[in-house]
Design a protein around this ligand. Structure first.
Ligand SMILES: CC(C)(COP(=O)(O)OP(=O)(O)OC[C@H]1O[C@@H](n2cnc3c(N)ncnc32)[C@H](O)[C@@H]1OP(=O)(O)O)[C@@H](O)C(=O)NCCC(=O)NCCS
Length: 180
């Protein structure tokens, strides 16, 4: 789907692995402060293909339509749990050159819609570094609510770092298995 006249969002497929690998290589330095340690393998087409196919996750990619095949961002749901939890963990980034255009909030809105309507989730959660104001702005724009602070929550860029935790509730219906 188009999220701006120039930007398309769609579920990632195996054939996107090369363009995705090119995007992570292009943004390697930009992303470093916000990311866990990445082995060299992470920057290869093979590893990105494995991540696209990873069970328990769902990935969407942003494409610049004026630059054919260029991946300019990624939004992913990881750790998808159904049962009585019906929840997943949200992650995202946009190419450094494409920041500040509202692309990630628009993509997150669409991913939350798919999480509810296609994946049957009740809740999406996200954690940001305490000083990641840009990411906190994205979550605020998308109706996420801060619900806690987790000390030393994730190992990011070489250190255990505190994270602010956010969630968005998507609906109030019972899980599919519990409906009459
Ligand atoms: C956080 C991030 C996803 C925001 O995506 P985006 O599409 O730029 O989102 P927006 O356009 O809504 O901008 C969000 C905020 O970023 C900041 N911002 C805007 N333009 C910016 C720029 N050129 N450079 C740096 N920050 C900028 C502003 O604080 C903005 O909030 P505002 O709209 O209230 O002014 C993006 O900056 C990014 O990929 N960062 C690195 C990876 C990351 O932090 N991922 C999340 C980990 S929890």
């Amino acid at each position: 789907m188009l999220i701006t006249p120039d930007t398309e969002l769609r579920r990632a497929v195996a054939d996107d692995a090369r363009a995705l690998a090119e995007a992570v290589v292009r943004n390697r330095e930009f992303m470093a402060p916000w990311e866990p340690y990445r082995a060299e393998e992470y920057y290869t087409e093979r590893e990105q293909a494995a991540r696209i196919a990873e069970p328990g996750g769902a990935m969407w990619l942003l494409f610049d339509r004026s630059s054919v095949g260029r991946v300019v961002g990624r939004v992913a749901l990881n750790g998808i749990h159904l049962g009585p939890l019906c929840s997943a963990n949200l992650g995202y980034w946009v190419d450094a050159e494409y920041r500040g255009r509202g692309l990630v909030p628009a993509a997150v809105e669409e991913v939350c819609r798919a999480a509810r309507d296609e994946l049957g989730l009740h809740r999406v959660e996200a954690g940001t570094l305490v000083d990641n104001v840009a990411s906190q702005r994205v979550l605020a724009k998308c109706g996420f609510v801060r619900y806690g602070l987790a000390p030393k929550y994730l190992h990011i860029n070489g250190e255990w770092r505190d994270h602010v935790l956010f969630q968005r509730l998507l609906h109030d219906e019972p899980p599919a298995y519990a409906r009459p």
